[in-house]
Design a protein around this ligand. Structure first.
Ligand code: SAH
Length: 400
């Protein structure tokens, strides 16, 4: 059995152009034309049926003429029509998986669909309060947006559905259904803390929902003086303040992100521990700013380091590890004895084991071997079904 066929049979949801031997195109009228890869290309979003070498049904999915992934697979083994019913079934299953999160009124920011992990490759949907933000990563989903929206509305009854698209998708963002707030702000809560997502201006769909569990861990373990490097809109900073940190510094290169971090502290000033903690923002390059703080002789009891992805491609993995190593060294210079380091990576090209080994190696070389508290991965609402989707890992450790 060819490797690609084996992968599809066992549930891998991508078929690469290079694995396709022959394409037959059947129009809706039923006439059959035959051709090669260039002659019989379908349109983005067409239903594509995959047959094995013996011409038996193997799988079906959505055709994508752009990029290396030619078909995003939606059904394997037995044929099922691609449309609203199939999407509804996937969404219902995704909701079941997330039941523990969805039942918690103190957390209303939840990733409802995580692409391949939820059987809808190339689709992400995040819920902020009663609003949904849908993000598609392939043009194959463009002609399917009406069906997808219908399925989301029937399963979730959102107040609005906003569409965002990955850069390579030729489709502008827009409102697919309902009333998206005119101030372009979606308020929500996480562990009782108030936040705002700005899907049209922000990163991802407006917030890093993927760090929810790590924020909760930080809240439980935080020391008094906290440095949050690559803070974005201050998710970890708020969690630390809520956990009792007296002084929190949010460091980021983006002034807009820091302004929103300050706004998040204001939004939560009704909570005594947040009101009692002193928050300051520091704008600049993380590497330079950390050097600067170290030169000033500053120390923190907790340092959080959650940088952007350093490796978009496999060949960048080694360089990325060097950057992580540099960040570990800088963080340790700033970390007081007994302090807590939370270092994360969202580069899917960097293996978790390599990251953890590198962090330990740097710490040992500085004479401060780390004592692990926990290694963490993906939260419940970012389920990983294929290794390509496993990007998030973090180490929580204490330095002597
Ligand atoms: N920890 C955040 C998410 C971090 S996203 C959270 O939990 O919400 C990465 C952040 O790094 C972005 O806010 C981006 O503005 C910032 N960033 C990117 N390069 C940077 C640099 N060289 N120095 C400082 N911040 C940087």
């Amino acid at each position: 059995m060819p490797a690609a066929e084996r992968a599809v049979r066992s549930g891998h949801p991508w078929l690469f152009a290079s694995s396709i031997r022959e394409i037959n195109r059947r129009s809706v009228q039923g006439d059959l034309t035959q051709g090669d890869l260039t002659g019989a290309e379908g349109k983005a979003g067409d239903a594509a049926v995959i047959f094995d070498r013996k011409n038996r049904f193997l799988a079906a999915g959505l055709w994508d003429p752009d990029g290396p992934i030619r078909i995003r697979i939606l059904t394997v083994g037995k044929p099922a029509p691609i449309g609203v019913d199939l999407f509804r079934e996937r969404i219902a299953r995704a909701l079941e998986l997330r039941a523990p999160l969805l039942g918690d009124a103190a957390t209303t920011g939840v990733r409802i669909l995580y692409g391949e992990g939820d059987g809808l490759p190339g689709v992400v949907a995040d819920r902020y309060g009663d609003h949904l933000v849908l993000k598609i990563y392939s043009s194959a989903w463009v002609p399917r947006l009406a069906e997808l929206t219908e399925a989301l509305e029937s399963e979730l009854a959102p107040r609005s559905v906003l569409l965002l698209t990955a850069r390579k998708v030729d489709q502008a963002p827009g409102i697919l259904a309902g009333d998206f707030p005119s101030d372009r702000t979606l308020p929500f809560v996480e562990s009782g803390l108030r936040y705002e997502a700005h899907p049209l201006e922000g990163h991802k769909t407006g917030f890093y929902l993927d760090q929810r569990d790590n924020r909760a861990r930080l809240a439980a373990l935080t020391g008094a003086r906290v440095l949050n490097v690559f803070s974005y809109t201050g998710g970890f900073s708020l969690a630390a303040a809520r956990g009792g940190a007296r002084e929190v510094t949010s460091l980021d290169v983006s002034e807009a992100a820091l302004a929103q971090a300050r706004r998040h502290f204001d939004l939560n000033s009704h909570l005594p521990p947040v009101a009692a903690s002193r928050h300051r923002t520091l704008q600049g390059d993380a590497f330079e700013a950390m050097e600067g703080l170290a030169r000033e002789g500053q120390h923190f009891d907790t340092v959080v380091v959650d940088p952007p992805s350093f490796a978009k491609e496999a060949r960048q993995a080694a360089g990325a590890l060097d950057q992580y190593g540099r960040l570990t060294r800088l963080a340790l210079r700033l970390l007081a004895p007994g302090g807590l380091l939370l270092q994360a990576s969202c580069s899917s090209r960097v293996a978790a084991e390599d990251l953890f080994l590198r962090i330990h190696r740097e710490a040992r070389a500085l004479g401060r071997p780390l004592e692990e508290v926990e290694r963490t991965g993906h939260p419940l609402d970012h389920p990983v079904r294929i290794p390509e989707n496993a990007y998030l890992k973090a180490l929580l450790a204490r330095a002597p």
